[in-house]
Design a protein around this ligand. Structure first.
Ligand SMILES: [Zn+2]
Ligand SMILES: [Zn+2]
Length: 163
């Protein structure tokens, strides 16, 4: 874990997150699910663009036990593309900001980089291509550092109903 705490917030500021760890890596995901979800969330009232110019979605990954919600928890809702999907994406409904992706079978949380207060953290994070062996290796190394535990994010209650 890091001495530094990364702070993040939704666009209107009602939801605040704190992350007590350095980022594991940053990447862009071009998979169909991320593109589809980005398109859905971009249609929400007041939402800003999520996908980049090539349609991929940027993420910065942290260990899952490092993230907590310090304000506005009631505004957070999750969305799954299919009922049984292990992947849920979290939106702050106060201002329809996409916050992070939670692969519930993984040990990391994929944060949408623009929500971080300090963009220098994003700039300095190591880039790993989503398709490269180094991506998996870096995630595994981080998991070893966590004692191969599989923490859960407990602070998101309820489903996104407006889509
Ligand atoms: Zn908000
Ligand atoms: Zn994806």
């Amino acid at each position: 874990m890091s001495e530094v705490t990364a702070n993040a917030h939704c666009r209107c500021g009602k939801v605040e997150l704190e992350i007590d760890a350095d980022p594991i890596l940053k990447t862009v995901c071009n998979c169909g699910s991320c593109r589809q979800a980005a398109h859905i969330f971009e249609q929400l009232p007041g939402a800003e663009p999520i996908a980049g110019e090539n349609g991929g979605v940027p993420y910065i990954l942290f260990r899952k036990d490092a993230i907590r919600c310090t304000a506005g928890q009631d505004h957070l809702r999750d969305h799954r593309l299919t009922e049984s999907s292990p992947t849920r994406r979290i939106v702050a409904t106060c201002c329809n900001t996409f916050m992070f992706l939670d692969f519930t079978k993984g040990h990391w949380v994929s944060v949408f980089p623009p929500i971080l207060d300090d963009q220098a953290i994003v700039e300095q994070a190591p880039v790993k291509d989503r398709q490269s062996p180094m991506f998996i290796l870096t995630l595994l190394t981080a998991w070893a550092g966590m004692g191969f535990r599989m923490p859960k994010i407990q602070f998101v209650k309820g489903k996104l109903e407006s889509v």
